[in-house]
Design a protein around this ligand. Structure first.
Ligand code: NAP
Length: 281
């Protein structure tokens, strides 16, 4: 039987509806959650991501402001903008869209964001809280994956989870969140030998690589839950995940599609983080 499809689009719509309701409740306390987005350069994918985030804010009643800079922007200019937004009480969330232009030290800009407004969860303070198991703002994509797993009641405790990818924004934090739920977690990367040998042991297999269709059916344990974080543009212009979807769907028990899986959940979690940051006022 083909896998049950983890429909991120519909779950994200439910989350957004919940956010909208909570935004109207906060309005009764005189609070309107506000997100400021910093975009530098003209990377077309970044522009699309930012547009989608701004649209999601509008739809749920979160006030959004976009600060767009040319690719020649200096680090000092961005740091000064972040400083002003940190000091602005109407701004609850600050999002710095990556990648930043080459002349800018992205980590320095991310670390300048107040941890309380770091709705992307990339600040060292929030990363540290995640490692230590303390409360903090969680990075949106890993949080979205966990919400999908929870919603579908995918068993995690005592199960083998394998995450392919060790980036600070997806692979590493997701591995920590899976560990929090008592999964036995392995992280793989480009230097891992015998990748398929490891992935075939996974009850939960996450691909966060950025290589179209790298995960084939031969790498998947029958009955596994396969989460595809990857977004890759194929030469014909269509989008593909890191998982060879059709053949893997035939043997997995759960699978996320691309598009319509993890992507919409990322934006939904961003909105929840804005709400959380605003409600802490
Ligand atoms: P990244 O920083 O480039 O990290 C990719 C990871 O994959 C690295 O750890 C790399 O290993 C590993 N890798 C590369 N080739 C490999 C191979 N052949 N075998 C095993 N591991 C390999 O990427 P990222 O930012 O984590 O993003 C990963 C993917 O998710 C991208 O397609 C991105 O567009 C997508 N993404 C989607 C969302 C969403 O909302 N849907 C959000 C964020 C990212 P090394 O560390 O050894 O180099």
């Amino acid at each position: 039987m083909p896998a049950y499809i983890l429909d991120g689009k519909s779950l994200a719509a439910q989350v957004r509806a919940g956010v909208k309701e909570k935004v109207s409740r906060l309005a009764q306390r005189g609070i309107r959650p506000g997100l400021s987005v910093i975009l530098a350069g003209d990377d077309p994918a970044s522009k699309v991501y930012v547009r989608n985030k701004v649209r999601a804010c509008e739809e749920t009643g979160v006030a959004s402001r976009l600060f767009a800079y040319p690719s020649s922007v200096s680090e000092a200019e961005l740091l000064s903008r972040v400083g002003a937004l940190n000091a602005d009480p109407a701004v609850h969330g600050i999002l710095v869209q990556l990648p930043l232009p080459r002349q800018v030290d992205a980590q320095r800009v991310l670390d300048a964001v107040s941890p309380a407004k770091d709705v992307d969860g990339f600040h060292d303070v929030n990363m540290g809280a995640l490692v230590a198991g303390k409360p903090g703002l969680l990075p949106c994509t890993p949080a979205g994956v966990m919400r999908l797993l929870e919603h579908a009641d995918v068993p995690l405790a005592g199960r083998r989870a394998v995450v392919i990818g060790r980036s600070n924004i997806v692979g590493k934090p997701l591995a920590l969140l899976l560990l929090r739920k008592d999964a036995t977690v392995t992280i793989c990367h480009s230097k891992s030998g015998n990748l398929s040998e490891i992935t075939r042991e996974a009850d939960i297999l996450v691909a966060a690589i950025g290589r179209a269709k790298l995960v084939t059916a031969a790498m998947v344990k029958p009955g596994a839950c396969v989460i595809d974080v990857g977004v890759n543009r194929l030469p014909d212009g269509t989008l593909a995940g890191d998982v060879d979807y059709e053949p893997v769907r035939q043997i997995a028990r759960w699978i996320t599609p691309v598009p319509g899986g993890v992507g919409p959940m990322t934006i939904a979690m961003l909105l929840e983080n804005c709400l959380r940051a605003a409600a802490r006022e």
